[in-house]
Design a protein around this ligand. Structure first.
Ligand code: 4AD
Ligand code: MG
Length: 471
């Protein structure tokens, strides 16, 4: 007999049929003469109740089962007598794939998110993480659907690279050199000509520059891959390895770029509502429970998200944002000041308190941003845009790109950047240059926003952060 997914059993409600299901035990209760076994198989949020009677073959095996064990049951689907479920199974046979004992870490009692991070190999079996990672799956599917429907091509940009595209110097080096015996030149410098690539290489911090090459030929592309940043930030919104979606589009200006970003974020939310309503409901309940007794009143997360789908994103310039922050009267840890990058507390004030929804901030001071951004005529600002959302702050960073060869060279000189490694990038401006724009959405940041999870470590399967590369 073929195993049926629990989600399909709930969907088709095959009352009277013999069915085989399998999964991990969430709870087990033994009464006189029969047992209730509740399992989940990861296919949906719901759990499935199985009733095993003492006249069943190897009933003794069932009564000795504990939470976490992996079981397979065959039985008849019947209308449920009890509350909480419409159907259940009257079991006729069981196969026990894997038992547990009392040391199984995920017992029924509530466990903290910190504890579950230490048990990252088991947390996919919890209600909460099942919900988070099903939403993650659907938002990945939404991404491909959204861009593909709009004529974008999916581009696999390289993960190994020799350039520091963001110029922030936060890269993981990649080498095959013997670290105990590093080849050195006569001057005592590392001799990278002896290294695997014959020059320094690192893990990508972005796929944007390669994306630009393809946009300048295929029109519109998007990347969706892992990116790596060796910034020493231990915060609820930084990971050393995170996933980024980076669309890049020819003949698009900042206006169009901001529209694309807003449409994409709204699409992600509406897709999650469509494909994972039970997961979102379950997350909402979790947050409401977790917020019990909290000082601040808990907002209805789903209602707030739902409103975003049909709203316009606010749009302001960086200069205006600084004005709002300075006039707010709020005591920030870092006083907002023109010329300095916005801090998380500033971003959250703007999105949460001031606009009470997503806001796109444009035209940042050029000294805060990367070399490739298109310069405004004021000589001070660039055509940058960040999308800020309540609860998280920045989830998107992007810009119109500088398409003028001369201006790009001047900017690189001002920033003391080496031009040679980027000869191919500069070539794009020499051969058939075109106005173009793009952005990067931090997938885990977007997931934090949609799932309402407070720590970015809880929306990626196995988080990598400073001093932490377990699992
Ligand atoms: O703003 P960033 O640095 O922009 C870029 O990398 C551009 N190349 C994107 C582009 O224009 N194609 O990063 C983009 C987004 C941020 O808005 C944030 O959501 C996310 O990536 N991000 C991180 N997410 C988790 N952990 C980190 N350490 C992150 N750093 C950036
Ligand atoms: Mg940024």
């Amino acid at each position: 007999m073929k195993r049926v997914l629990i989600k399909d059993v709930f969907k088709s409600q095959p009352v009277g049929d013999q069915v085989k299901v399998a999964g991990w035990i969430r709870s087990v209760r033994n009464s006189k003469g029969f047992s209730f076994v509740v399992i989940n198989d990861g296919s949906c949020q719901g759990t499935f109740q199985i009733i095993a009677n003492e006249d069943m073959e190897n009933y003794q095996d069932v009564t000795s089962l504990l939470v976490g064990a992996c079981v397979e049951f065959v039985g008849e689907i019947v209308q449920s007598q009890g509350k909480g479920q419409s159907i259940e199974m009257q079991a006729s046979s069981v196969v026990i794939h894997g038992r547990t004992d009392e040391s199984y870490p995920l017992q029924k009692k509530a466990t903290s998110l910190e504890f579950l991070r230490e048990q990252a190999h088991l947390r996919p079996r919890t209600n909460l993480f099942g919900a988070v990672f099903r939403v993650r799956h659907h938002m990945a599917m939404a991404t491909h659907q959204f861009f593909s429907d709009r004529g974008f091509y999916y581009l696999n940009s390289p993960i190994l690279t020799a350039v520091d595209a963001e110029g922030a110097g936060e890269m993981f080096n990649v080498t095959t050199m013997d670290l105990a015996n590093i080849p050195k030149s006569k001057e005592g410098k590392v001799d990278f000509s002896k290294d695997y690539f014959g020059k320094p290489a690192n893990l990508c911090v972005t796929g944007q520059l390669e994306g630009e090459c393809f946009a300048m030929g295929m029109g519109a592309v998007y990347t969706f891959g892992p990116t790596f940043r060796a910034e020493n930030s231990n915060t609820p919104r930084h990971l050393s390895e995170f996933w980024m979606i980076e669309p890049e589009v020819a003949f698009l200006d900042l206006e169009g770029n901001a529209e694309l970003a807003a449409d994409y974020v709204k699409y992600l939310i509406s897709y999650a509502f469509e494909k994972a309503p039970e997961e979102l409901e379950s997350l909402q309940k979790y947050h409401q429970f977790a917020a019990k007794g909290a000082k601040e009143p808990y907002e209805n997360h789903l209602e707030v998200l739902q409103k975003v789908i049909n709203s316009e994103f606010e749009r302001i310039t960086y200069t205006k944002a600084i004005e709002i922050l300075q006039k707010s009267g709020k005591k920030f840890d870092f006083a907002p000041e023109w010329g300095v990058e916005l801090q998380t507390e500033h971003e959250r004030y703007l999105a949460e308190d001031y606009f009470k929804g997503p806001v796109t901030v444009t035209d940042y001071p050029r000294d805060c941003k990367a070399f490739y951004m298109k310069q405004n005529d004021d000589g001070k600002t660039v055509r940058a845009m960040d999308v800020l959302v309540p609860g998280v702050g920045e989830i998107i960073g992007g810009s119109q790109r500088e398409e003028d060869h001369g201006r790009l060279i001047t900017r690189m000189e001002e920033m003391n950047m080496e031009q040679a490694p980027l000869w191919w990038y500069l070539d794009l401006r020499n051969f058939g240059t075109a106005p173009h724009s793009g952005f990067g959405l931090g997938f885990e940041r977007a997931l934090r926003y949609v799932t309402g999870m407070k720590n970015i470590r809880d929306v990626i399967p196995f988080p990598r952060t400073p001093k932490n590369c377990d699992f």
